[in-house]
Design a binder for this molecule. Structure first.
Ligand code: ADP
Ligand code: MG
Length: 243
């Protein structure tokens, strides 16, 4: 069904730049993420994480450079159906129940049996007791779990999540991470919190000032931190090392 072509690369950005008026948000982003791989996108506030994800989804057009997602150009819309995206400020429909949100968005996104898909996700995220609760009455953690479930309801092959776990308690983080682990998908998940990145993925892309400053594995990062340095300190150093 999904033909990614010969390359085996599911997310590709080459020398991508983006300005908001006079502010340079991206100064030449380069990345290649193989199909099926899972990456965290780490960087401090303002580094360009959200802009990068919005360009991959096709919500923003780059000023220059090349972008492909699943072999498609997101600017021309073709990539949209295979992408699952959680924006930074996602907000489900507040007057619908948790279950209605999943069924409704599932139906819109062409899920074959939206009702059973909704129940499937509700069970996976331990949300069963809240399925008939209106979103306006859900706790922040449960609302965020629902937002992640809505982003992936249509079985996307490429998942782009913008800070999905920040500020959630550890059990909530764990159930979202478990659900993501069970998916057969390529994913890129942004966070500015290193501890979250460590739980999420084996691979890391670090960005600072709109450029990728380091790209490698968590293990490699940990090895670089051996001489008494904390991993957060290594990452902070790498964010500044503009390649
Ligand atoms: N809509 C916008 N208008 C103007 N500047 C923006 C806008 N969105 C982001 N920026 C700026 O672009 C840079 C990158 O922002 P962003 O991609 O949101 O970073 P991050 O998600 O890593 O915090 C920052 O300097 C930010 O202030
Ligand atoms: Mg952001």
């Amino acid at each position: 069904m999904y033909d990614y072509g010969e390359s085996g690369i599911c997310i590709e950005m080459k020398e991508v730049t983006k300005k908001y008026d006079s502010i340079s948000a991206l100064n030449g982003i380069d990345m290649e993420i193989p199909c099926g791989a899972r990456y965290s996108l780490i960087g401090p506030n303002g580094a360009g994480k959200s802009t990068t994800l919005k360009i991959l989804v096709g919500l923003l057009k780059p000023d220059s450079g090349k972008v492909t997602v699943g072999g498609f150009d997101p600017v021309t819309n073709q990539a949209k159906g295979i992408i699952g995206y959680l924006p930074e400020d996602a907000y489900p429909y507040i007057n619908l129940t948790l279950k209605e949100n999943l069924e409704y968005i599932g139906a819109i996104r062409g899920v074959e049996d939206p009702k059973s898909r909704a129940m499937d996700l509700i069970e996976k995220l331990d949300l069963l007791p809240y399925r008939y609760t209106k979103v306006s009455q859900l706790s922040r953690g449960n609302r965020q779990k629902l937002s992640v479930a809505l982003a992936i309801v249509h079985h996307p092959k490429v998942i782009l999540l913008d800070e999905p776990l920040n500020y959630l308690d550890i059990p909530t983080q764990a159930s979202v991470i478990k659900m993501l682990d069970d998916l057969k998908a390529t994913y890129l998940v942004s966070t500015h919190i290193m501890e979250i990145a460590e739980k999420l993925s084996r691979n890391v892309i670090i960005i600072g000032h709109g450029r990728v400053t380091w790209n490698g594995t968590m293990d490699h990062l940990r090895k670089m931190a051996e001489n008494g340095e904390r991993i957060e300190e290594v990452v902070a150093r790498l964010m500044k090392d503009v390649a």
